[in-house]
Design a protein around this ligand. Structure first.
Ligand code: M6R
Length: 605
């Protein structure tokens, strides 16, 4: 939530900041602004509501070149979408941009006598004024004092009027990466803004002060002792963060799924079996536990739901899935015999991170499934399984979901093997089927026009239902989330057998039902439930497997996926569900990649 960029160096900072903000816009797009350090230390602020394109227009008349500046794209938390609430904020000599939430901003306003000074409703401006109050000419000292007053999460980038050409930064929870290159020094919320300039970067450690000059990046601990950053190498290229001819990132990312799956699975296959040696995950992690607790949010949580439906019957131990924002305030039944699996694309989702920390405090072993290298969740987990999806830019998660599933399926297979629920031959067969899901996904991507055609039955409807049983129910949850998120059609996922206990009252001719029936063991039961909604006039879109016999008249439209074994149907089904949401959003002429009210990385509670 919120994208931050800072640059100092020989190049034109305005251009770099605006390009960087376009790359970071998916993190928040309510308003955007930049602060440029001009000649004689004059600071020029330009701030606009709406997207970065508005800011770009607003910057057109700036002719003087600046070599140092800060930029911010906002996802509003405190205060509405107004120019005053747009970052950067200027407080006396301090210019500041912020990602996160300062929880005690009210108290700070009183303690530092800020009433009358504040021009915005934001917690961020309060932080800027507190910093100004603590500032006596030494920025690093003032920042070190500032953090002792703050409660909450933050990444801040700051300039000080009397230190032209320098940028300071600090973070707690909210992400920041930095790099020094021959073209100058950079700091940003994530790598997508840095990748045009460098392949080497470092994750700013929490509670460390960063000082950028055009010559070097310095890192200090809070006692102001200089530290050596741990340099990492980017493992994807700029193409991965571009649309490359696709009209939207979401469509591109749907198409990237077969390759993403290969990248996640193949390096971990040894003699046809899942092998986590290179990930440094020893087998005792999988053996020495008597329950599995999965924790995540949103789509990642839905990947966990599908994995649970596979794991529990196979491993014969309890597997529970919890929503991270609930789990973190419960007194969860986890202990040192619980394997806690944390799933997060960004590795920064604040509730998921808090859940990880809670699980560790209970003595549980933690394994995270994360896409972003070096992210906080990855760094704090006992073990990490990186998914190799490359950057996911569209707010609606697609490829991250399928690689999370692939990683979890491999974990499940390895657990079954080491816990002697699977013979080697059974595990090999499982992995073979997992690989078969790649061409099955490709086949469904090929059939995209068929999906495109069916959305005419959805886009003028206010509501839709997704129904299924067992694994199909887990897939329905994700299908409904995708549709809601980008087409703004209210969609509910329901266990097909549960509808008749009240909710079927909502089914009319005006409510299309997307029924998923790929599981042999409950197929006939789901068909009965489809008959029930059909009898109430619903328009039924049935997603099933090739070879499953459905009587005429049960469904209005039927789409069949290749038969690759019931447990693996999620992969091709996910493609169909993603395409339904995608084409519904396109059909309604909506902003597919940046739907309203949302942001990609949820770093606030
Ligand atoms: O980065 P994370 O995987 O932790 O994000 C969790 C959710 O915010 C995320 O999956 C969200 O639900 C999706 N963007 C929805 O498409």
């Amino acid at each position: 939530m919120c994208g931050i960029i800072g640059y100092t160096g020989p190049l034109d900072s305005k251009k770099i900041l605006l390009e960087g903000l376009s790359q970071l816009e998916y993190r928040g797009y309510d308003s955007a602004g930049i602060a440029l350090c001009m000649e004689n230390s004059r600071i020029q602020l330009v701030r606009h509501t709406g997207k970065v394109s508005n800011l770009k227009k607003g910057c057109e008349e700036i002719s003087q070149v600046s070599h140092c500046g800060l930029g911010h794209t906002r996802w509003a938390t405190h205060g509405g979408v107004t120019t005053e609430n747009t970052h950067p904020h200027k407080a006396g000599r301090v210019i500041l941009v912020h990602n996160g939430i300062i929880e005690n901003y009210h108290q700070l306003t009183t303690d530092f006598h800020l009433e009358g000074k504040l021009l915005s409703e934001t917690d961020s401006e309060v932080a800027a004024w507190v910093l100004e109050s603590l500032y006596d000419g030494n920025p690093a000292e003032a920042i070190s004092k500032l953090v002792s007053h703050l409660k909450g999460s933050y990444s801040f980038c700051m300039m000080f009027e009397d230190h032209p050409g320098e940028i300071y930064a600090i973070r707690n929870v909210s992400p920041l990466v930095a790099a020094y290159t021959h073209s100058g020094s950079f700091v940003a919320s994530d790598l997508t803004a840095l990748i045009p300039y460098t392949r080497q970067y470092f994750v700013v450690p929490e509670d460390h002060i960063l000082r950028l000059t055009s010559y070097k990046v310095h890192l200090y601990d809070l006692d102001l002792k200089e530290q050596e950053p741990e340099i990492l190498e980017v493992n994807w290229n700029m193409d991965a963060a571009m649309k490359n001819g696709f009209p939207h990132f979401m469509l591109k990312e749907i198409h990237e799924q077969p390759d993403a799956l290969k990248n996640t699975i193949l390096p971990r296959l040894a003699k046809g079996l899942p092998d986590f040696t290179d990930d440094q995950i020893p087998d005792y992690v999988f053996k020495d536990c008597n329950q599995v607790q999965i924790v995540a949010c949103g789509t990642a949580m839905h990947a966990g739901m599908a994995a649970r439906a596979l794991m529990e019957p196979l491993l014969r131990i309890p597997v529970t899935v919890s929503i991270a924002s609930e789990f973190r305030y419960e007194d969860p039944l986890v202990d040192d015999k619980t394997l806690v699996i944390i799933i997060s694309q960004s590795g920064e989702t604040i509730d998921t991170l808090a859940a990880l920390r809670l699980a560790k405090s209970y003595g549980s072993r933690t394994l995270s499934v994360v896409n972003v290298k070096g992210s906080t969740i990855a760094r704090e987990s006992d073990y990490v399984l990186y998914t190799h999806a490359g950057p996911e830019i569209a707010v609606a998660s697609t490829k991250a979901y399928s690689v999370q599933l692939a990683a979890l399926y491999m974990v499940c297979c390895r657990m079954a093997l080491v816990r002697e629920k699977y013979s080697v031959a059974e595990a090999e067969d499982f992995m073979k089927k997992l690989l078969d899901s790649i061409p099955a996904m490709e086949a469904m991507i090929e059939k995209r026009d068929m999906v495109k055609a069916l959305v005419t039955h959805l886009i003028n409807k206010p509501d839709a239902f997704f129904i299924g049983r067992g694994l199909d129910y887990a897939f329905s949850l994700e299908g409904a989330l995708k549709l809601k998120e980008i087409s703004y059609i209210h969609a509910e996922a329901y266990a097909a057998g549960e509808l008749k206990h009240g909710t079927i009252a909502l089914i009319t001719q005006e409510v299309p039902v997307i029924a998923i029936a790929t599981q042999e063991n409950v197929f006939l039961k789901t068909i009965s439930n489809i008959r029930e909604v059909k009898a109430r006039g619903a328009f039924v879109i049935l997603l099933t497997k090739e070879g499953m016999n459905v009587e005429p008249g049960i469904a209005d439209i039927q789409i069949s996926i290749p038969d690759i074994g019931d447990r693996f149907t999620v992969f091709p089904i996910a493609v169909v569900l993603q395409l339904i949401a995608y084409y519904a959003s396109v059909g309604k002429n909506l902003d597919v990649d940046q739907p309203r009210n949302l942001a990609k990385s949820v770093t606030v509670e």
